[in-house]
Design a protein around this ligand. Structure first.
Ligand code: ATP
Length: 243
């Protein structure tokens, strides 16, 4: 499957501190890709660079064949690259109004239909349509964040640590939400520290010290010793003891 999002040789950082060193990453059309890495590895920096929030020092970015390397963030978003950070919703607005905000750039005539589609996909949100986003549970808020982003029919949704601050129950809800979005045909790029997300992804990259140090399917990565040691903690149980 061709890559809908393709980043090559990405270098970026803050001031005179370089954080990313020649990162190559692709998101195949319709797939779910997870970017794993410990604190400070550069995951957020990579997502922000892809979105153009941080300037690119070197490298190239293409979305669905379109060169986005030098275009401003707003053009990237309009081209179909959506970003959901931790603060994905407006807490003082209702569920419906958040969805309206998400559909801001849609042609007027399409907003109602798109919103019905979101309510079909996420019946919990239909039930809570008049509630303030700030009154929802952590899991429901992430669901609303995803639905709000989906309103604009993005091609790729990049998310920064969707599990941050959530209890395991809500993490499970987020995984279910992402599965539904994925089934809708959305391509996903998810930066995470929680290895559970790899289990649900088609492909994974491991970023450490601003460099990709491993990549492959969940199965490939689980059999990579370095990744197992860092993320699965099961090396000792599954390998014969060396004498
Ligand atoms: P985390 O999960 O902790 O957010 P991360 O993998 O997303 O980790 P980044 O936030 O991208 O990592 O940080 C990568 C490096 O860049 C770290 O060394 C961090 O200290 C540094 N950094 C991040 N933001 C800034 C900033 N605004 N100014 C200077 N350095 C920064």
């Amino acid at each position: 499957m061709a890559d809908i999002l393709q980043a090559k040789g990405i270098e970026s950082g803050y001031g005179n501190v370089q954080v990313l060193w020649g990162v190559d990453l692709g998101v195949p059309q319709g797939s779910s890709v997870v970017l794993l890495g410990p604190n400070g590895a550069g995951k957020t920096t990579l997502l922000r660079t892809l979105l153009g929030i941080l300037p690119l020092r070197s490298g190239s970015i293409r979305l669905d064949g379109e060169d986005l390397t030098r275009v401003p963030t707003e053009r990237r978003v309009r081209a179909g690259l959506a970003f959901m950070s931790e603060l994905g919703v407006f807490p003082n607005l209702s569920v419906v109004d958040n969805l309206y905000m998400g559909g801001y750039f849609l042609p007027r005539g399409e907003v109602g239909g798109r919103m019905r589609k979101m309510f079909d996909l996420f019946p919990d949100l239909a039930r809570l349509r008049r509630s303030l986003a700030g009154s929802l549970s952590g899991g429901q808020r992430k669901m609303l964040g995803v639905a709000k982003t989906l309103m604009s029919r993005p091609k790729v949704l990049a998310m920064d640590e969707p599990s941050a601050g959530l209890s395991p129950k809500y993490v499970k809800e987020v995984l279910e939400t992402l599965e539904l979005a994925h089934e809708e045909g959305l391509s996903l790029l998810i930066a995470e520290q929680n290895v559970l997300f790899l289990e649900h992804a088609d492909y994974g990259y491991v970023l450490e010290g601003g460099r990709i140090v491993a990549q492959g399917s969940a199965m490939d990565l689980k059999s990579d010793d370095t990744v197992r040691r860092a993320y699965f903690g099961m090396l000792a149980e599954t390998r014969p003891q060396e004498t």
